[in-house]
Ligand binder design. Structure first.
Ligand code: AMP
Ligand code: GLY
Length: 318
């Protein structure tokens, strides 16, 4: 996280103001400078669980303390208000090619309550985005970042996953990942009309400037079925029913396995996020309806899902 912040600063990419802290007094000073809501990030990979956003100062301090005790440092940030957007931008080290934007739902419970997870659902396209949004992110975020990485002598080739907040002061980077995102990929790739392998070859060959990506019209939605108790503590090994051949009676529905295993010949849960139920349709309301309908067929003990994936976008469309 600290490295990404440094590159963003060097490239003048808009992001939340931040301080890296290595001691508790440094962390507390940064928390007080930015004020509530507090944002404290473990400076390493933490499966989407290293970030605490809270209005409770004691909770923020406690998270920083836990990260220090584990031997790490933290990044403390100003809070960014506004809806989140994920945009995957492919880079060959020089040229960039954006895919279509998606929205993920990080918190475990409806109305964005509870702790952060890796993501509880996603949809694309985002009808509420301002016109020219993707181009703006390419110009203000992706190009300068990729150019800066090349200047540093470490050209970046792969997926620059831009996690963005659309604030009233403009777009800001929340984070970068150097990979595809989950569950956003489950909705972005099904609408990709172009051949992904060709795009990947152009990425490694450095010819993305002459490569086009086409997306088909329509929408896709994904609802995550998680183990109750995730992300804090949950049980594994629960038998999953409803996925045998012929049981899932829905065209345009794909169930992606995330945390499953076969035990004694039976399909069982084996992680926090268990399945990603994805549907495509001509319209966003239909894609969401189809994905949710398909989740009704699938059962396991303590299954948890959010019931409001895409709900705000639908309300805004009415
Ligand atoms: P990250 O791993 O950095 O993407 O953080 C995980 C999640 O925490 C993000 O998707 C946001 O929901 C939230 N978050 C992170 N940084 C901020 C910030 N500066 N302001 C508001 N929310 C944030
Ligand atoms: N869905 C967010 C991520 O993959 O990190």
């Amino acid at each position: 996280k600290a490295f990404a912040k440094k590159v963003m600063e060097e490239a003048s990419v808009p992001t939340a103001r931040a301080h890296e802290a290595r001691t508790l007094p440094e962390a507390e000073a940064a928390l007080d400078e930015f004020g509530s809501p507090y944002v404290v990030k473990d400076d390493g990979l933490a499966a989407g669980k290293g970030v605490v956003v809270t209005e409770d100062r004691a909770v923020a301090v406690e998270h920083a303390r836990a990260c220090f005790e584990a031997g790490g440092s933290v990044v403390i940030e100003e809070y960014l208000d506004g809806p989140e957007v994920s945009l995957f931008v492919i880079s060959d080290g020089k040229n960039v090619l954006p895919l279509s934007p998606a929205q993920d739902f990080k918190r475990i419970f409806d109305n964005d309550e509870g702790p952060n997870t890796g993501g509880m659902g996603a949809y694309t396209p985002l009808p509420w985005l301002p016109e020219g949004f993707v181009q703006e992110v390419v110009e203000k975020v992706a190009r300068p970042t990729v150019a800066r990485m090349a200047e540093r002598g470490t050209p970046f080739v792969g997926v620059l996953f831009c996690g963005l907040a659309v604030t009233n002061r403009g777009v800001r980077v929340i984070e970068f990942n150097a990979r595809f995102g989950d569950p956003e990929t489950q909705v972005v790739l099904p609408l990709l009309e172009s051949d992904l392998l060709t795009v990947m070859e152009s990425t490694t060959n450095g010819t993305l400037d002459t490569t086009e990506v086409k997306f088909r019209d329509g929408a896709a939605a994904c609802v995550i079925l998680a183990s109750g108790g995730d992300p804090l503590s949950y049980e594994k090994g629960k038998e999953i029913s409803g996925l045998a051949a012929g049981q899932l009676d829905a065209a345009d529905v794909t169930v992606y396995h995330a945390g499953t295993a076969i035990k004694d010949g039976k399909l069982v849960t084996n992680g926090g996020r268990v399945l990603g139920v994805t549907a495509t349709a001509n319209t966003l309301p239909d894609a969401l309806k189809k994905a949710y309908a398909a989740t009704e067929n699938i059962h396991f003990d303590k299954l948890h899902k959010r019931s409001d994936i895409g709900a705000r976008a639908l309300a805004a469309m009415e």
